[in-house]
Design a binder for this molecule. Structure first.
Ligand code: MG
Length: 158
């Protein structure tokens, strides 16, 4: 078994979509990024790449490459899963935390789990997503952006 962890943060800006865990969430602000800004999927990709000893999302999908401008982060996630599968690795489980003061995310979590489980190739019961605030402290607490962390366990195919 191989364990990995990932972390990411993005800043809010008006006029952008808010996409978290592959799900578009109604909000007056979205996250600035070269891609669609899905901070949760970025943290998850880093955890997966980390567990496999494959560096990080920036090595694989550079933000200087126009091919990734505005890209759906689920495409990146599926590419990461494909490279793990080439190495005989599958996801045993994943556990993630979104750190955001706003918007309220609890109602969206079941849908995020379904979406991520489909891309990870495992049962939604093995894909946990949590959300917390920072009690108005720090950059997420001031509503400047959203952060996310992820932990994964990979298993080597028999
Ligand atoms: Mg990112």
């Amino acid at each position: 078994m191989l364990i990995g962890q990932g972390f990411d943060a993005h800043r809010f800006a008006p006029g952008r979509r808010l996409v978290l865990g592959g799900l578009e969430i109604p909000h007056d602000l979205g996250l600035i990024a070269h891609s669609d800004g899905d901070v949760l999927i970025h943290a998850l990709c880093d955890a997966l790449l980390g567990a496999a000893g494959l560096g990080d999302i920036g090595n694989h999908f550079p933000d200087t490459d126009d091919a990734y401008a505005g890209i759906d982060s689920r495409i990146l996630l599926r590419q990461v899963i494909a490279s793990l599968s080439e190495r005989g690795l599958s996801v045993h489980n994943a556990d993630m935390t979104i750190i955001a003061q706003q918007p309220k995310l609890a109602p969206h979590i079941p849908a995020m789990r379904e979406i991520l489980a489909a891309d990870l190739g495992c049962d939604p019961a093995r894909v946990n997503v949590k959300a917390t605030t920072m009690e108005h402290m720090g950059f997420t607490g001031r509503g400047e952006g959203i952060a996310a962390s992820a932990a994964v366990l990979l298993i080597e195919d028999a």
